[in-house]
Write a protein that binds this ligand. Structure first.
Ligand code: PMV
Length: 367
């Protein structure tokens, strides 16, 4: 697939109004995306677990209009929200070439998250993927009975998912990994044949039963606004002294992880996942200007996890996204013991002892 394949060429102009609704999950990267080229093209490949409980639910009502500019209102958790507008405006501008009907309609976008607002959990992945999916459903309705190219009419939902992921990427890079589950790869690399820089693809390699229903408990260490946004962080990878090495390491780690996912070797899994998390933050600390998103309690938790692994034969490990919160990953068989450990030893390091239990999921759903 190329960018050209995602341009909608023919569509009906007699659809007056309608509404569509999707729920789309968040995802957590195991091999991290950090650094991008123009048009949200990643500098290195990444792979993520799709989550199950942390989701955004979005309904878009569309009404045909005559004026020739973008027109939309956003309601977040029932309240009209002006703060999200510039991000959506930019998103519409970026994707208009692929969805030429965008200026023909007024869109009422009603959205809410299943996780608490200002929990410090990035909602851009679930939020942008949910909007992209709604827009794809609208595109489907406008395309009904219009003869489209062979790729678009292949009879399965490959095109739908790929274009949804492609559009979500243009909203927020990591959002392209939220359409499907359970593991999604984004970014061209040798180990995953169908991989693309343009969209995420479901990981089709062998996955050992050790990873079935893998658990992710998200420890909310800091619910505040991040001091440095992901956008700025990505930019700081330009001219970063270790960038080249880092990008090539991500390719190696993805290839290694592919083997680990097949063999079920949890000791090796822990090594790659924790190293990726710390490398991401090392890149931040060695950027110019440098910055630190971890908080003292992030490190306390990491040390507790390491101590717990030393004294038990647990395979629990941590990963981090671009923030202070800690994702605690563990096999389903350890759910009871690890949750006890979290309650007894880690919850104290969370703001208001708050954490969210989640697990690997299957991707977005139309409602
Ligand atoms: O999707 P963005 O631009 O917010 O970047 C997020 C990058 C990380 O979450 C830090 C890593 C990843 O691969 O998700």
């Amino acid at each position: 697939m190329t960018e050209q394949d995602f341009i909608l060429k023919a569509y009906h102009t007699n659809v007056e109004t309608g509404s569509v609704k999707w729920e789309s999950p968040s995802n957590i990267a195991l091999v991290k995306y950090w650094g991008k080229k123009k048009h949200q093209i990643p500098e290195n490949p990444s792979i993520s677990f799709t989550l199950s409980n942390c989701k955004t639910v979005t309904e878009i009502t569309y009404t045909r209009k005559k004026t020739k500019e973008f027109s939309f209102d956003i309601y977040f958790e029932g309240e009209k929200n002006e703060a999200f507008k510039p991000k959506i405006q930019t998103f519409f501008e970026r994707i208009e070439i692929y969805m030429p009907f965008l200026k023909d309609y007024h869109f009422k976008i009603e959205t809410s998250n299943t996780f608490p607002h200002s929990s410090g959990i990035a909602s851009s992945a679930s939020g942008m993927s949910a909007i992209a999916l709604c827009l794809m459903s609208i595109e489907e309705k406008l395309k009904d009975n219009v003869t489209s190219s062979a790729v678009e009419r292949s009879g399965d939902n490959t095109y739908f998912n790929q274009k949804a992921s492609f559009l979500a990427r243009l909203g927020s890079g990591s959002a392209c990994r939220s359409i499907e589950g359970e593991l999604v790869v984004w970014g061209e690399n040798e180990s995953v044949a169908a991989s693309s820089d343009l969209y995420g693809v479901k990981f089709e390699g062998d996955v050992h039963s050790n990873f079935k229903n893998y658990q992710d408990t998200i420890l909310l260490v800091d619910k505040g606004e991040k001091q440095v946004s992901s956008t700025v962080g990505h930019q700081l990878m330009y001219g970063h002294p270790f960038a080249k090495e880092r990008f090539s390491q991500a390719h190696d780690n993805l290839a290694k992880l592919k083997t680990i996912l097949a063999s079920g070797d949890l000791n090796e899994f822990v090594k790659i996942v924790e190293s990726e998390a710390l490398t991401l933050h090392a890149m931040m600390m060695t950027s110019m200007p440098y910055f630190i998103l971890m908080k003292p309690n992030t490190l306390e938790i990491i040390n507790k996890i390491w101590a717990y692994r030393l004294k038990t034969d647990s395979k629990v490990c941590f990963t981090l996204d671009a923030g202070a919160n800690v994702h605690v990953l563990y096999p389903e068989t350890e759910t009871e013991t690890v949750l006890q450990f979290i309650k007894n030893e880690l919850a104290n390091y969370c703001q208001n002892a708050h954490y969210i239990c989640d697990q690997i999921g299957h991707g977005a759903n139309q409602l």
